[in-house]
Design a protein around this ligand. Structure first.
Ligand code: SAM
Length: 307
């Protein structure tokens, strides 16, 4: 039956149909079967991800067909995210290495980085930035590449994630301005202050984690789970961030669906919920001034939650 398939477009269409029929979950870089199949087919053929559509009618050799069919089969049988099958993921217009040592890059913060954080940073000057809970390093490295005058630290508790982040620093040739630091939250960053702290910490509730599709089981649970309300990390970051922000510093944190729980827990804190092209995505921004002003309420809420 697959002998009838000949061209690049044929294989993308076939892969997408099989993915759809198999009921796969699409939550890793891509939100639909066509885009996943396109990434997978172009990768197997060693072609650029932005290949001109004019090549869609190009025919595959027998060897190439087999390579593509093997990958399509593995995506279905193993439920592995495409990024782990190909070893690559795209984020903020850049290619990163991706494997099971860290989550597949997919944060909406990519859109902010590509927009130069406009209008949020206004005229603020950023010299030093931190990507806390960096995983593959995608957010911090993309910030450095898009802002050639920034020095960026990447922090994570996981040795595996840091090893991948270091490979990505090298891959993006950003070693002169980006440093990967082992740190349990801010624990390894004593004395360091930043004009901008960006974090995509774990924020999946235990209930949500138990219901995630098998694709997520390939990712390190350390990067996902964050207690009953998903706020284990967000709350600690709110408590600890003021000591690591400069006076004019800004904190940006992604907490996804846990946005409602956070807003309910701290109604007096003026979180700025950022609008993305696809809508609100549970990413907030706070000035250090606001964090300091509401520090007591934040500490009390954190203490009450911990009981
Ligand atoms: C949701 S993943 C985000 C990865 C990456 N920033 C991204 O957007 O793809 C969260 C990361 O937090 C790290 N992490 C978990 N607990 C941590 C802790 N106590 N201190 C620092 N990092 C931690 C995990 O290892 C994981 O890499």
């Amino acid at each position: 039956m697959t002998q009838e398939l000949a061209t690049i477009i044929d294989f993308i269409r076939y892969g997408a149909s099989r993915f759809g029929a198999a009921g796969l979950a699409f939550g890793h870089s891509y939100d639909n079967a066509i885009d996943e199949a396109t990434h997978l087919v172009l990768h197997a053929l060693h072609l650029p991800h932005d290949l001109s559509p004019a090549y869609g009618q190009a025919r595959l050799t027998a060897d190439e067909k087999q390579r593509v069919l093997d990958l399509i089969g593995r995506r279905i049988d193993e439920h592995k995210p495409v990024a782990y099958l190909t070893g690559t993921a795209w984020f903020a217009g850049l290619q990163f290495k991706s494997d099971a040592r860290a989550l597949v890059p997919r944060s909406p913060i990519a859109e902010l980085i590509q927009a130069g954080f406009s209008p949020w940073l206004e005229d603020r000057v950023v010299t030093r930035a931190l990507d806390l809970c960096t995983g593959s390093g995608c957010i911090g490295i993309a910030m450095a590449v898009h802002n050639p005058e920034w020095q960026v630290d990447l922090a994570d508790i996981s040795d595996d994630a840091l090893a991948l982040a270091r490979e990505n620093i090298e891959y993006q040739d950003a070693g002169d301005r980006v440093e990967a630091v082992k740190s349990d939250r801010f624990g390894g960053l004593e004395g360091r202050r930043y004009d901008l702290i960006v974090s995509n910490p774990p924020y999946v509730t235990e209930h949500e984690y138990a219901a995630l599709p098998p694709e997520y089981g390939h990712e390190p649970a350390l990067g996902l789970r964050a207690g009953d309300d998903g706020l284990d990390f967000a709350m600690r970051i709110l408590v600890e961030a003021p000591d690591h922000l400069t006076d004019e510093g800004v904190l940006i944190v992604e907490i996804g669906e846990s946005e409602k729980a956070l807003a309910a827990l701290l109604p007096e804190v003026p979180f700025n919920w950022i609008e993305f092209n696809v809508g609100q995505m549970g990413v907030f921004l706070l000035d250090r001034d606001d964090l300091v002003e509401h520090a007591q309420a934040v500490r009390e809420a954190a203490k009450a939650r911990a009981k």
